[in-house]
Write a protein that binds this ligand. Structure first.
Ligand code: FMN
Length: 387
């Protein structure tokens, strides 16, 4: 087995690193502890910006707003792990700008941004640093070459800025998926849109722009294949989600460890993510159990005749991270229509129709079935390096 070399070196890096990119996992899964552990093994770890105002505040025992919490999370990760990337989702409108500001002020090395088009990212960074000539790598997260082309055109025209890389995500990934349910339920779709095919297509367009592919990559051999094909690094989430240093709750890690192939499902339009995109989850999640046993609880009060149901993704993912405000909800202390204020439509309303509860919902990539125990990050990193 060929051992990986420290070939990953972008602008602003402290030193060359292994081309192993631990990807962002929200809410409350890839935080300081995980990203630092990956950094200490000379890989690159990504903080998820989701809910840092709650998670970082909890870690340090002081209430911080999103901007200051993001700054602190990045500073601490860089101090102890040497490097820090962050994933900031466009869909989290309220916190987008403060998250970018905190990350930039904290000295972040890479900003990955997707879940919507990160149209203004170079402009926001330029406003903060007063130059395009900075050391931060701005990388759109894309699932198609068309989106990569569109963002490149937009950034170049509006800001004179070319993406510093693309983070490419294929259809076997965890979290939201950028395709339609009809596509994902067709077995032929996966052949045509395999990560490998997407990678070669994107490579043709991107030429020298670095690409980090992810989604269903799980072993050293997988990584070598993509590196040989010209990837600058390879992205992993599912394999890191149940590690000792991951901030996922015990119930979350157990769901991975106990999962079988039939348990990894994609939410349908009838039980969909409020963003309207398919979401890959583990069936044993308490929220999925509730959907299956009590469908009547999920009627859309704004549109009772529709059979489409939507959950409050903020409360459910926070519940998975062991933040449960059910008691406050019962006392009417938080608004039914937007308990957290993270995921909003452009008009400022919550897309979840008020189905607020903190029942856990565990998301995972298809490879969650391969997880058999909770192991330290070092063990995962050694295996991926080929040691
Ligand atoms: C538990 C979990 C949480 C995730 N959360 C997010 C998220 O909040 N935002 C996002 O853009 N991607 C999210 N993802 C997607 C990952 O960043 C990554 O691109 C993908 O899962 C890689 O595929 P893999 O899990 O097969 O390694 C998540 C993935 C997992 C497994």
């Amino acid at each position: 087995m060929m051992v990986l070399g420290k070939s990953f070196w972008l602008k602003g890096f402290d030193k060359p690193r292994y081309p192993i990119f631990q990807k962002g996992m929200g809410a409350g899964i890839s935080l300081y502890e995980l990203a630092t552990a990956v950094g200490k093994e000379d890989g690159v770890g990504t903080i998820s910006s989701v809910g840092l105002d709650q998670f970082t505040s909890k870690r340090i025992g002081e209430k911080l707003n999103q901007k200051d919490a993001t700054k602190k999370e990045i500073e601490d990760t860089k101090k102890d792990g040497g490097i820090a990337a962050i994933n900031i989702m466009v869909a989290l409108r309220n916190h987008y700008r403060p998250s970018v500001e905190g990350a930039v002020e904290g000295g972040v090395n890479i900003i990955v941004s997707g879940a919507g088009l990160p149209k203004n990212l170079p402009g926001i960074v330029n406003e903060i640093l007063d130059t395009n000539n900075h050391k931060i790598n701005l990388m759109p997260k894309v699932s198609s070459v068309d989106v990569a082309k569109l963002i490149t055109k937009l950034w170049e025209k509006k800001y004179g800025y070319i993406p510093n890389g693309f983070v490419l995500e294929g259809p076997l990934a965890g979290g939201h998926l950028a395709w339609k349910n009809e596509e994902l339920s067709d077995p032929d779709f996966y052949k045509k849109n395999s990560l490998e095919n997407l990678f070669y297509e994107l490579k043709e367009f991107a030429q020298d722009i670095p690409i980090i592919p992810a989604g269903g990559i799980y072993t050293h051999e997988d990584a070598v294949r993509y590196l040989d094909a010209g990837a600058v690094a390879v992205g992993f989430a599912t394999i890191f989600a149940p590690t000792k240093e991951s901030s996922a709750s015990k119930g979350f890690k157990d769901a991975y460890i106990n999962s079988t192939e039939d348990d990894i499902i994609i939410t349908t339009k009838n039980w969909g993510s409020p963003f309207g995109y398919p979401f890959r989850v583990i069936r044993s999640s308490p929220l999925v159990q509730e959907w299956e046993s009590h469908p009547e609880r999920w009627i859309n009060k704004e549109n009772p005749d529709s059979d489409e149901r939507s959950y409050c993704i903020c409360s459910n993912l926070l519940g998975t991270a062991d933040i449960d405000k059910t008691k406050l909800l019962e006392k009417g202390k938080i608004s039914k229509h937007c308990s957290e204020g993270y995921a909003l439509r452009p008009d400022g309303t919550c897309p979840a129709f008020g189905n607020v509860n903190y029942n856990k919902l565990v998301t995972a990539g298809t490879n969650a079935v391969r997880v058999s125990e909770e192991v330290p990050v070092k063990q995962v990193m050694d295996a991926l390096k080929g040691l």
